[in-house]
Design a protein around this ligand. Structure first.
Ligand SMILES: [Fe+2]
Ligand SMILES: [Fe+2]
Length: 170
């Protein structure tokens, strides 16, 4: 496997695992503030991120690359409000989108067509990730505090994690 791609994919494996950590930390924050619907939404998001990490893990192995697991940074533990947490999540996804785009650029530079094809799933996924975080931000802005927040919490409680049919997908 191309060494530059291998190194960059290992970095992304770390970043996706950090994303899972970040959202699980947000989930714990929401549990602590008794917003169980918000906590559920973040827990499902964390599970998705673990699948993203596993996609990189599987691809590296399939291509004869070497997976190297590195330390995961501690995520923040507190946010000012639900809106603050979702703004943070949205900004984080924008950062991840930039990272994925950087990987596509590298795959093109290195003429690694398999890596490029693999990454296209993530290009599409990032559109969904940014839009779903932004959707909650917009709802929170409309709702303000109190009753509106409670209604959003009930709505976010409905999100369920669905295991993809093949382990490498998600
Ligand atoms: Fe991700
Ligand atoms: Fe997603």
């Amino acid at each position: 496997m191309n060494e530059k791609i291998q190194e960059a994919f290992n970095k992304q494996l770390n970043a996706e695992t950090y994303s899972a950590y970040l959202y699980l930390s947000m989930s714990a924050y929401f549990e602590a503030t008794s917003l169980r619907g918000f906590a559920n939404w973040m827990r499902v998001q964390a599970q998705e991120e673990l699948l993203h990490a596993m996609k990189f893990y599987t691809f590296l192995n399939e291509r004869g690359g070497r997976v190297v697991l590195t330390a995961i940074e501690s995520p923040p533990t507190e946010w000012q409000s639900p809106l603050d947490a979702f703004k943070n999540a949205y900004a984080h996804e924008q950062k991840v989108t930039a990272m994925i785009n950087g990987l596509v650029d590298l795959a093109i530079e290195e003429r690694d067509h398999a890596a490029n094809a693999f990454l296209q799933w993530f290009v599409t996924e990032q559109v969904e990730e940014e839009s779903s975080a932004d959707a909650v931000i917009q709802q929170l802005k409309l709702a303000g505090e109190g009753g509106g927040l409670f209604m959003i919490d009930r709505e976010l409680a409905a999100r369920v994690f669905t295991m993809p049919t093949t382990p490498a997908q998600g």
